[in-house]
Design a protein around this ligand. Structure first.
Ligand code: ADP
Length: 591
């Protein structure tokens, strides 16, 4: 049986069903022990031609066989089929329900966890938690309860019957069983460790496969197929080794069981044969005793399987527990209050920021103000901290109190959801779902109004491209559908953000893959439609942001200057150098 913080409460929740399962198990176990008694009756009847029934000797004939052997046997078989069906439904059904409930909880927790968690835990590992580990827990729960109670009941009932027949024969038979239990408990600890290692190896393998499939274009472009294959083989070998290590222990346990069970048969035949020879037992009783022992073989096997299963289940439950016990590092502080209205003024005050796993400050004493309704460009070299600023406006990471303000409210004093409700963001590595274009665009908004979707697509200058697809807005993107260009992907992502019509819009290098003409159209549309709302454009191309109301020029995590393009060009040497360098590059590349 599997116990743990995240599973214990289910025993209570499903107690009526589990109880019904246990009752049917008791019934099946009880009546199946009638069978050895019938063996004895038949053997003794064949030997003696008569049987003793309720103290009276009656002839062993066809009528007796039908009435006293076949009819009870049919009843036993029917009751066993019904009982076995019932406990399977009760135990395995509860296991499946628990799996579903745990999966929901895990997904819920994944939704709450912040970016930092996903930087530390790879997708492949998470996927194996949701598949392999959950399946193991489900298996262990249903089978575990069944095996535990079956082994206990059938074991106790048949051993009791065996004791009733002959104490010494039973005691001799139990010695190997005790040895088996001791072996099992010793092996259990090692099996849990080996199973954990096996699951970890499987996670690494699925991590690697997932990354290889996602990055197949890069692998092919750099002709790195052989390199990937070697790396995959290495991981696959490690997975194989981990499997073999676990299987070795599992096989050792099975061999112990078989060996000890066979040795008990030797004991029964040897000592039981002697008892028949010396007249203590008759042949029918020996067969009946063997029948009871046969009934205990399954409980012995079950104990060993239970030990193995429990080791696997515990290891998988531990891994699932790690996910369920992970707390988001970014969460609402106590007593947060949602502002009545957000207009979109953003203020950074002396913010110095370092990523949770970072080794140096990425932003150094950063201060600037973006007024509500302003169009602002954030510009700077790659790695200077532009994306970090966007992430912090959305509170993707924690910031110290009194450093970032929205409409004068410290962002730590308002609910994170409320803050994000008023912002739309097009990240650099934008992502589209394997769904229709229309659904992808409507994703950001509560409405999937066709006109609104088309209008957003027109504003991001992608409407004409979409209508050229045979299925238009119903074209499925991604793995199941068409592949679109980087520029189309960027423009669909912008359309999605525009659907939200939020007070704050942040575009992070979102027009880098579109041509200059299209860029101009999109920027013009943004200017016209977002009047009175804050728009922040992060760009490395000066042409993208030179006409904005204000530019924030950031260099190596520090704000170098804030002003219009002309102001920065005339007074900020670094900015001027950047502009000149880009112009030179553009001339060289013939833009
Ligand atoms: P930009 O957008 O200007 O190119 P970023 O804001 O993305 O720059 O990154 C600024 C610096 O922060 C870089 O040196 C980058 O390596 C580092 N950085 C970005 N994300 C993380 C992270 N999650 N953990 C640690 N360092 C990071």
């Amino acid at each position: 049986m599997l116990f743990g913080k995240h599973i214990n409460k289910y025993y209570l929740k499903y107690s009526p069903i589990l109880l019904l399962g246990i009752l049917s198990l008791v019934m099946v176990d009880y009546i199946q022990l009638i069978v050895p008694e019938l063996y004895r009756t038949v053997i003794n009847g064949i030997n003696d031609g008569a049987v003793v029934k309720d103290g009276v000797t009656v002839p062993f004939d066809m009528d007796f066989l039908l009435d006293e052997v076949c009819r009870p046997l049919i009843f036993v078989i029917i009751a066993m089929i019904f009982g076995r069906f019932l406990w399977r439904v009760c135990f395995f059904g509860s296991g499946i329900r628990i799996e579903t409930s745990l999966r929901n909880k895990m997904f819920d927790r994944c939704r709450e966890l912040d970016q930092h968690y996903y930087q530390r835990n790879k997708v492949g590992n998470l996927m194996s938690l949701f598949t392999n580990d959950l399946e193991t827990v489900q298996d262990c729960f249903g089978m575990g309860i069944m095996m535990f109670f079956d082994a206990l009941l059938l074991g106790v009932l048949s051993i009791n019957k065996m004791f009733g027949m002959n104490v010494w024969l039973t005691a001799f038979s139990l010695i190997p069983m005790t040895i088996l239990l001791i072996c099992g408990f010793i092996l259990r600890k090692y099996m849990t460790i080996k199973w954990e290692k096996r699951q970890a190896a499987f996670s690494s393998l699925s991590d690697f496969s997932q990354e290889s499939f996602a990055g197949i274009a890069v692998i092919k472009a750099f002709v790195k197929e052989a390199h990937e294959l070697i790396a995959f083989r290495k991981l696959n070998k490690e997975n194989e080794n981990a499997n073999i290590e676990y299987t070795k222990l599992s096989v050792t346990l099975t061999i112990c069981v078989t060996l000890l069970v066979e040795s008990v048969i030797c004991v029964i035949l040897g000592y039981g044969g002697y008892l028949v020879y010396s007249g203590v037992f008759d042949a029918g009783q020996l067969v009946e005793f063997i029948g009871y022992f046969n009934a205990t073989v399954w409980p012995i096997m079950a104990v060993s399987q239970l030990i193995e299963m429990n080791s696997r289940g515990k290891a998988s439950l531990n891994r699932i527990g790690e996910l369920l016990d992970s707390n988001p590092e970014v969460s609402d502080k106590e007593n947060v209050v949602a502002p009545e209205e957000i207009k979109g003024k953003i203020e950074f005050k002396n913010l110095t920021f370092r990523y949770p796993s970072g080794e140096y400050d990425v932003l150094d004493n950063v201060s600037f103000t973006i007024e509500a309704g302003e169009n602002v460009g954030i510009v700077g070299r790659t790695g200077s901290g532009k994306t970090t600023i966007a992430d912090l406006i959305l509170r993707t990471y924690n910031v110290p109190d009194g450093t970032v303000f929205i409409d004068g409210y410290d962002i730590n004093s308002m609910p994170i959801k409320e803050l994000r409700k008023h912002a739309a963001y097009v990240p650099q590595d934008n992502f589209l779902f394997s769904d229709t274009i229309a659904e992808n665009i409507a994703f950001a908004s509560d409405s999937n109004d066709k006109n609104k979707v088309e209008n957003s697509a027109k504003l991001s200058d992608v409407h004409d491209n979409i209508t050229e697809f045979p299925e238009g807005y119903n074209t499925i993107l991604g793995e199941r559908g068409v592949t679109i260009s980087g520029g189309q992907k960027q423009r669909i992502s912008i359309a999605r953000a525009l659907m939200k019509d939020a007070e704050i819009l942040i575009l992070d290098d979102s027009v880098s893959a579109v041509d200059v003409k299209t860029e101009k159209v999109i920027l013009e549309n943004l200017k016209n439609t977002r009047k009175g709302k804050t728009t922040i454009l992060i760009a490395h191309r000066i042409s993208t942001i030179e006409n904005m109301d204000k530019l924030i020029f950031i260099d190596d995590g520090k704000i170098s200057d804030v002003g219009t393009h002309d102001e920065l060009y005339s007074r900020c040497t670094d900015y001027r150098n950047l502009v000149e360098l880009q112009r030179l590059n553009d001339l060289e590349s013939g833009m």
